[in-house]
Design a protein. Structure first.
Length: 317
């Protein structure tokens, strides 16, 4: 497929004997570094997999799952939206984080959320999950998100620039942008991961792959869980990998790691309350009358099985 941009593949002399697995990522964000580490630490190879990491837009990645051009996508929220809206047969099978890695920041002079009255907030999209969560936060602090503030739809990755140029007074930012914002004088107003209980960094695949190749799915998840265990106990190697992966300075990668390592799940899953909260937000995104059933949107059984296998074998990074 022409939209696929390959970031790299694990190549070795035995590659011909490995099953190629392609994972699509929408951005090179911190939480996605576990896939680079699963590749570089040869965890995928140990599971009989030749991993290809693919940079691809969320909607295109869902289409690629259905055609078989991708095996997995890290656009898990987009997968849930497609499932709920159009019945697309895909499921989330792993969650890297049990907290949403997004922040609401404002320019100097705005001291708290209530002070956003009549202010402009740059968002990553008016119907994005993080924007809907911010609307919940605004309501919690006594503001009407539909009339007391102006929500601006910004081009991808330009929210901070909107504040710095005066187009907006506040912005919803991801981890890496947040540090540039803080260094530019902006103030944290809310960490979305502390305000709500939702997942982040979710991995989705097709129902067909789960049904027809469960061993391949479980092997892929087992290698990913090895990397998830690795990052929790190996700061220096993870920071180096993040600096390389996200193309940021090592000092910034270290700050991100220290602040966010506690947000990673221990076994690649989140509880049912979190799943219900996620699906409630999805329902708002698409304007559905009722939320989707958990069993239709999530299947963590293979991740749990892979985690048990690692524990029972005594595996450690």
């Amino acid at each position: 497929m022409r939209p696929l941009i390959f970031l790299g593949a694990l190549l070795c002399g035995e590659a011909y004997a490995l099953d190629t697995v392609r994972v699509g990522i929408p951005t090179k964000s911190f939480q996605h570094v576990i896939y680079l580490l699963a590749q570089e630490r040869q965890y995928m190879q140990q599971e009989g997999i030749n991993l290809e990491i693919v940079l691809i837009a969320p909607t295109t990645s869902i289409q690629a799952l259905l055609t078989g051009d991708l095996h997995f996508t890290l656009s898990g929220t987009s997968a849930l939206i497609a499932n709920h809206r159009a019945g697309v047969p895909v499921k989330v099978v792993l969650a890297a984080n049990h907290q949403v890695l997004q922040w609401l920041l404002a320019k100097p002079g705005i001291s708290d959320v209530k002070a956003l009255t009549n202010k402009r907030i740059a968002t990553p999209g008016l119907a994005s999950m993080s924007t809907l969560i911010v609307k919940q936060i605004l309501a919690k602090h006594g503001l009407n998100p539909n009339s007391d503030v102006q929500l601006l739809e910004s081009a991808a990755g330009t929210q901070l620039q909107s504040v710095l140029t005066g187009v907006a007074d506040a912005a919803i930012l991801g981890a890496e942008q947040r540090y540039f914002a803080l260094d530019s004088g902006l103030k944290d107003l809310a960490f979305l991961g502390r305000e709500v209980k939702n997942s982040w960094g979710t991995l989705a695949t097709s129902d067909r792959l789960i049904k027809e190749q469960p061993a391949l799915v479980r092997s892929s998840l087992r290698a990913t869980l090895k990397a998830l265990r690795f990052i929790r106990t190996n700061r220096e190697a993870t920071v180096s990998a993040m600096a390389k992966f996200s193309k940021v300075e090592r000092d910034l990668a270290g700050r991100v790691y220290d602040d966010l390592i506690s947000t990673f799940t221990t076994d690649g899953t989140v509880d049912e309350e979190t799943q219900r909260n996620d699906l409630a937000v999805i329902r708002q995104v698409i304007g559905a009358a009722e939320p989707m059933a958990i069993s239709r949107g999530y299947d963590f059984s293979l991740a749990r099985a892979a985690d048990r296998e690692l524990t029972q074998s005594g595996w450690r990074p």
